[in-house]
Design a protein around this ligand. Sequence first.
Ligand code: NAI
Length: 725
Amino acid sequence: MSEFFKWDKDSDGIVTLTMDAPGQSANTMNAEFTSAVAEVVERLRREREEITGVVLASAKKTFFAGGDLNDLRRITPEHADEFMATLASTKGALRGLETLGRPVVAALNGSALGGGLEIALSCHHRIALDNPKARFGFPEVTLGLLPGAGGIVRTVRMLGIADALLKLLLQGQQLRPADAQATGIVDEVISEESELIPRAKQWIKDNPEAVQPWDVKGYKIPGGTPTNPKFAANLPAFPANLRKQLKGAPMPAPKAILSAAVEGAQVDFDSALRIESRYMFSLASGQTAKNMIKAFFFDLQTINKGGSRPQGVPAYTARKVAVLGAGMMGAGIAYSCARSGMEVVLKDVSAEAAERGKNYSVGLLDKQVSRGKLTAEKRAEILARITPTADAADLAGADLVIEAVFENTELKHKVFAEIQDVVNPDALLCSNTSTLPITGLAEGVKRPEDFVGLHFFSPVDKMPLVEIIRGANTSDEALAKAFDVVLQLKKTPIVVNDSRGFFTSRVIGTFINEGVAMLGEGLPAPSIEQASTQAGYPAPVLSLMDELTLTLPRKIRDETRKAVEAAGGVWHAHPAEAVIDRMVTEFDRGGRSAGKGFYDYAEGKRAGLWPGLREHFGKGDAIIRDGDAIPFKDMQERMLFAEALETVKCVEEGVITSVADANIGSIFGIGFPPWTGGVLQYINGYPGGVAGFVARAEELAKTYGDRFSPPELLRTKAANGETFE
Ligand code: NAI
C-alpha cells in the first residue's frame, strides 16, 4: 500500500484521506500518485458499506501542487499509449471517487492549482481555509498545456462553457479563496484551520446522499451548449476573440482548451474526458509546452531560488531608499519601493518636481482604490512612506540609493558626489542608466565596489524584470544585495556583466533593426508589423521603434560607432541605419514623442502607418520569393534569429552567464515571444534542435547578410549535440 494517502477512519465511518507524498515538499500528480489514487479509490469502493463519507485533506502546506512538470517535459509523440493509459487511470480513479455513492469533501488547507483543483472538483463539496497564500485555478494555459485530469470537463459542467473559459481556463487566473468562492469552484471559506476537518465531517453528516450535479438525470450545462441554437449563435465569438487576443501567435493551448470545452459539452461525461485527454496529449507532446515549461517553471524557479546571486552573502533587506530623479522612471521606482514597504525619499532639483514624482504614485493608487483592489487606509499608508524633497540632507539614513536622473555621465557623477557622504556609509549605490557603462559611472563614487546597475523597464509598476549590471569593480556583496532588493520589490532579477547596451537593450536593438531593414528592402510596412505580431511579439516592430523614438537609438548608435572606431575597431553598418537616418534627417520623423514616426499620430494616438513609407521605401528591391507571396516565415525568423544570435554572442562574450537569465530576461524585459520559452530555448526547440537552427541561420545569412552567420559557440554546440540548459 502506498504511503501517499494516510487512511484514518473515525467512529462515524468517515475516512479522512490525508495526502502526503513521501519525501516531497508538495503533492504532485506523478507516477506514485497515479497508482496510489487508483489503489485508495479501489479500497474505498471495496469497504464502501462501512464508510459514510470521505474527507480529502493534505499534510503539506498546499493542498496539491498539480502535475509533475519534470514528467511532462519528457513526453514525446512516441509516448502516446503510455500517456493516455496513465491519464485514463487517474481520471478513472477520480470518477470512481465522485461516483462512490458516499459524500466526498475536499478540505483545502492551501492552494489547489492545476491537478490539485481537478482533484478537488471531483469531490462533492469544497471547503477552503482563508489562507492568504492559497490560490485556486488552472495555470496550465500559461505553460502551453490544459487541465487534462477532468478540469475542463468538470468546470464546463459546473459553470457553463463561457464562465469556465473566461474565468478560469483561458487566462490561467489564480484566485484567492474569496474569489474562488465567488466564481463557484469553492463552496465555503472558513478562517480557522482547526475547523477545517470538523466542518468537512459535518457537511458529510448533513449530506449523506451527495452526488455530483452532472450525475443527476436531466442535468443541463448552465448557459447552454452548442446544440442550443441561441448558444450556437454566440459560439463563433469565442475563436474570433481568441484570435484577436493571440494576434496570430503560435500558441496552441488556448485553442485546444476551447475545442475540448466545446466538443466535450456536446457528449456524455466519459466521452468528454476522452476528448480532453486527446487534446492534452497533443499539447504535452508538442514543442510549445516544452518551451513554456522550461521558461515559466524551471527557469523562473532557478532565478527565484537564487539564480545568479553570489552565494554566501547574507540576505539583505532595504529599509530606506533614496531615489534620485523624480522623472518617469524615478517616479515609478519610488512607487514600487513604497509598495513593497520601503521608506522612500524621492529627490529632484526642486520640491515641485519631486512632488510631481510622488503624484504619479497617487494616480496609480487612486485607480486601485476606485477599482476596489486597495483600501483607502492602505493607500494612505503607502503614500506616507514617500517623502518628496529637493534637500540632500533628507537622504540621511538611506541604505539604498537608486539614481534615475537624465542619461548623462557628468550629471550622474555629480548627483552621486552630492549624496554619497549623506547616506549610510555602506549604502548600496545603484544607477538605472539604460546605456552608460556601469564601470565608468562607478568611477564617480568613493566606493565603486558598492556600485551596481539596476536597470528597470518602463512602466516600472507593470514590468516584472530588473536587469542587474555588474561593473568591473562591483563586489559580490553588492551584487547579492541588489538581487535581494529586486526580489523585495517582487520583481524578477537577471544578472549581466557590464557591456554596451547590457543584455536587453543590445538584443532588442537587433529585433528593431531587422524590422526597419525589411522596410528598407521595400517590404510593405503593414506586412512587417503583422509578421512581428504573428510571431508572438507583444507590439509590432515599427510601432515599438516609434515608442522608443528614432532619435535616441540613433544617437546611441553614433556614440557606439565612434567608440568602436576610436578603439581601432571596424563598424559594420546595419542596413537599418540608412532608413533611420533618412526618417530623422530627410523626413523629420523622430517617433511617437515627436508626433510623427513610422506612424502618424493624432492627439497622441496612433493614426495609421505614415503613407510616405510606401512612397519613399516601397520601391526598393524587395526580396520576394515564392512568386508574389511575401516570405512571411523569413520575415518572422529574421527577427527571432537576430535576437537569438545576438544573445549567443552575449553568452560568448560573457555578458550573460545564465540560460535562465537569458530566457526570462528576453520574455519579461523585451517581449521575446513567450511560446518560444525565451531566446535560448528558441534555439534548443527549433525544428532539428541546435543543428537545425544553425543550418537555418546559414540559409538566412546567404540571403540576407552575414549578420545571420552562426557564432562559433553555436556551431560547437550543434557539433557536440548540446543545448542551452
Ligand atoms: P526623465 O527625464 O523623465 O527624468 C529625469 C529626472 O531627473 C527629471 O525629473 C529631472 O528633473 C531629474 N534630475 C535632473 N538633474 C537632477 C539632479 N541633479 N538631482 C535630482 N534630480 C535631477 O528621465 P527618465 O526617462 O525617467 O530616465 C531616467 C534614467 O532612467 C535615465 O538614465 C534613463 O536612461 C534611464 N532609463 C529610462 C528608461 C525609459 O524607458 N525612459 C528605461 C530604463 C532606464
